[in-house]
Ligand binder design. Structure first.
Ligand code: ZN
Length: 369
């Protein structure tokens, strides 16, 4: 085997041409200069379409690859931009890494697999990465395609006969999902995924917190602003998981800022709607909507509007429960994952970790099949 081919195999980048291998004394790492094969060149990083060149981008770039024995390894290549008719000037796709990633596919998949199977400390020390980085990787790996084409491909794989038998579909309320589902499984009732609806409420709450924080800063209340900044997790967490300190923080918020505290209660009550069953849930949702509509907190007035708009799908989720037992057990697992995901810095990474762990999306370790 030629040594260039051997290096490509070693790094799991058979789609690339290895140009040379060096040891970088400063980085104490092996740096492998590569380029995409001709067929993989000049493709849009977002859609993969072949496009005319745009410019040289920001020159050479490095991607962290899996360690070689005890030594860190990087791939290095040009990162030119292409001009995509749909996406404009975009950094060209590379076959060894996801778009916008600083790590190779093999590294990403290994990190994702480890995040599901090993302890936080094991992942961090073994891969020599920060936990926040693992969060970003997990978010990338769990969202290989979030669009009509990918969903269409899913129904292609399911086949028309089985698609027609689908009765209930649980999904976030994105319009494109509703369209594809209506076209592919006309018999199905679309249920809004409770986890996503509750996330809307968390987002609205976070917006209120930012507004209150900005107002405090503008009015020179530095102490208040600092305390509010630290309140994020107390507001975000489920009350049953709060630490003593976070409980005190909430009590403090109730005292100093009525608006923010009401926003918190609105979020919590919406979460409660999805934990109740049947008629009680419907009644509480009705009461929640009435409260939110006239709460005079713009983020929640908007949320009430969005929920009214998706009322049918949300009602379907409440009526069919998509087996409440299933949701409950998943919720318990998600609560455990929330602890693991602490330090990820974005709720998206937590959702991604849940998809990897519970949604069957965890990639196999590279090179095992
Ligand atoms: Zn494109």
């Amino acid at each position: 085997m030629r040594s260039a081919t051997l290096w490509a195999r070693l790094l799991g980048v058979e789609q690339a041409v290895v140009e040379r291998v060096e040891f970088d004394e400063d980085a104490e790492a092996i740096v492998v200069a590569v380029r995409p094969r001709k067929s993989a060149k000049r493709r849009c990083g977002k859609c993969g379409r072949r496009c005319p060149g745009f410019d040289r981008g920001e020159g050479r770039r490095r991607w962290r690859a899996l360690d070689l024995g005890t030594i860190r390894a990087y791939l290095e290549a040009d990162a030119p931009r292409v001009c995509c008719p749909e996406h404009g000037a975009v950094v060209a796709a590379v076959p060894w890494a996801r778009h916008g990633a600083g790590h190779t596919h093999a590294f990403d998949d290994t990190a994702a697999w480890l995040a599901v199977h090993a302890s936080k400390q094991a992942v961090r020390e073994l891969l020599r990465v920060a936990w926040a980085t693992v969060g970003r990787i997990v978010a990338r790996v769990a969202a290989p395609g979030h669009d009509t084409t990918t969903l269409g491909r899913f129904f292609d794989a399911l086949g028309p006969q089985r698609s027609e038998q689908v009765r209930l579909v649980s999904a976030d309320a994105a319009e494109w999902i509703a369209k594809v589902v209506a076209a592919r499984c006309p018999a199905a009732i679309l249920c809004a995924d409770p986890f996503h609806v509750v996330k809307w409420a968390s987002d609205a709450l976070d917006q209120v917190r930012r507004e209150v924080w900005n107002a405090a800063r503008k009015h020179g209340q530095a102490g208040l602003a600092r305390e509010l900044k630290g309140a994020r997790y107390a507001l975000w967490k489920n009350p049953e998981d709060l630490t003593g300190r976070q409980r005190r923080k909430l009590a403090w918020i109730a005292k100093v800022n009525d608006r923010l505290y009401r926003a918190y209660l609105l979020k919590e009550e919406l979460r409660l709607v999805f934990r109740l069953k049947g008629v009680r849930a419907t009644v509480l949702l009705e009461a929640w909507l009435a409260w939110a509509r006239r709460c005079r907190i713009p983020a929640f007035v908007r949320l009430a509007r969005a929920i009214t708009e998706h009322r049918a799908a949300i009602q379907a989720a409440l009526t069919h429960g998509l087996s409440n037992g299933l949701v409950e057990s998943v919720n318990t697992k998600i609560r455990l994952l929330t602890r693991v995901a602490f330090g990820f810095k974005s709720p998206d990474a937590l959702i991604a970790l849940a998809m990897l762990s519970l949604g069957g999306l965890c990639p196999p370790l590279p090179g095992r099949t």
